[in-house]
Design a protein around this ligand. Structure first.
Ligand code: ZN
Ligand code: ZN
Length: 377
């Protein structure tokens, strides 16, 4: 089959690899019809992880079941499914608690497994014609029959819509509250969309790319351009000097200044500064325990200078981590099915899988207009 294969920093190639096969009785094989490129794919693309060459990328996958293992009971050949980026077993303590992003059995290196991801197990991704999904009955989300029309919406339930929603859950967003979202990439835009769906009185979304800020504004947020003035000042001005009730961090460790110099603590400290005393922070931007490609020794160790004194002084609380997609994806699917959510508004490009190399290059360069790419194998 054809697949997007990692060869080294900024070197991915669409090439032929062996077809995946059923390896365990609970596996299913999915013929991928829609798969998207994620901001977290870029960490690997840029060579900022230990991903070994030869791995197939892609953790935002949707397609049709073409084969099932002998113990699969729920799914049938022909079912259309969206596959969460997490791989859970369904029976460990964390899966039982709904924390499928931290499954204790699927990754020999630690808690949490995912498709096509460094450090999250040996699984190939779905930027390919076919994908093997372990524990298919547990992991796959069935899609309604009319879903073919909304593949670009449903595919967002594999990661970014769920992750953006998770940010608002970790932050405890409730109707009538004010929310600040750092980052208007796909996850930040999904957090913005989610906060608005939840009935936030006002959502302020911080970025510096005009295409992304325009999208935030189009869905009803107040765009905050951090090139114009410090974003904390702008948020305080909009909230009578008090700060937002809730804050979402959707940028992660590669936060950088307008000149492109990385400061992994920028958005965290801005978040603390622009959320009110006793407010809550939801941090879903990716941070890593080790970052060998970082600029300085502190960041190389996955550490940062955090305004912890300010956080403590303000009595803020914080939730962090990868999204447990299965905790939300059926509800998000139903919001889409009933036209209450339309996450495909982030999609700027729909391309055949063969154009993945070009797509990665444009998306990695944050070129104007390249907000989210979906690929159709
Ligand atoms: Zn993703
Ligand atoms: Zn598990």
């Amino acid at each position: 089959m054809k697949a997007v294969v990692y060869h080294g920093p900024r070197d991915i190639r669409v090439e032929r690899v062996p077809d995946p096969m059923i390896e365990a009785p609970a596996d299913v094989l999915v013929k991928i019809t829609t798969t998207s490129i994620c901001g977290s794919d870029l960490h690997m693309y840029e060579g900022r992880t230990g991903l070994e060459p030869g791995r197939v990328l892609g953790h935002e996958n949707l397609g049709e079941i073409v084969e099932t293992g002998t113990s699969v009971e729920r799914l049938r050949v022909g079912d259309r499914v969206c596959v969460p980026f997490n791989i859970g077993c369904g029976y460990c303590g964390n899966c039982e608690r709904g924390r499928t992003a931290f499954c204790l059995t699927m990754n020999p290196l630690g808690a949490g497994a995912a498709f096509g991801f460094d450090g999250l197990g040996p699984y190939n991704g779905g930027q390919a014609e076919y994908l093997r999904v372990p524990h298919g009955d547990f992991n796959c989300l069935e899609l309604p029959r009319e879903r073919a029309l909304k593949e670009n919406d449903y595919v967002m339930c594999a990661d970014v819509f769920a992750t953006g929603y998770h940010a608002t859950e970790l932050a405890g967003v409730r109707p009538g509250e004010t929310v600040v979202v750092y980052g208007a990439g796909p996850v930040g835009l999904m957090a913005t969309h989610s906060a608005i769906i939840k009935g936030a009185e006002r959502v302020m979304t911080v970025d510096r790319h005009s295409d992304r800020l325009r999208l935030a504004e189009e869905i009803g947020a107040i765009p905050i351009d951090d090139r114009k003035a410090p974003p904390t000042e702008q948020v305080l001005d909009l909230t009578d000097g008090e700060g937002a009730d809730r804050g979402c961090e959707c940028v992660g460790y590669q936060a950088h200044d307008p000149d492109g110099v990385e400061h992994p603590n920028t958005t965290m400290n801005n978040l603390i500064g622009s959320v009110r005393a006793t407010g809550t922070l939801g941090v879903v931007g990716m941070f890593v325990p080790r970052d060998p490609g970082a600029l300085d020794e502190i960041a190389k160790r996955g550490e940062m200078l955090l305004d912890f004194g300010a956080l403590w002084w303000k009595g803020q609380s914080m939730g962090t981590g990868r999204c447990n997609v299965k905790a939300y994806n059926r509800y998000l699917r139903d919001l889409i099915a009933n036209d209450r959510a339309r996450p495909s508004f982030v999609v700027s490009h729909e391309l055949p899988l063969e154009e993945a190399e070009e797509a990665y290059r444009h998306f990695d360069a944050r070129e104007n207009g390249w907000t989210k790419v979906v690929l159709h194998p």
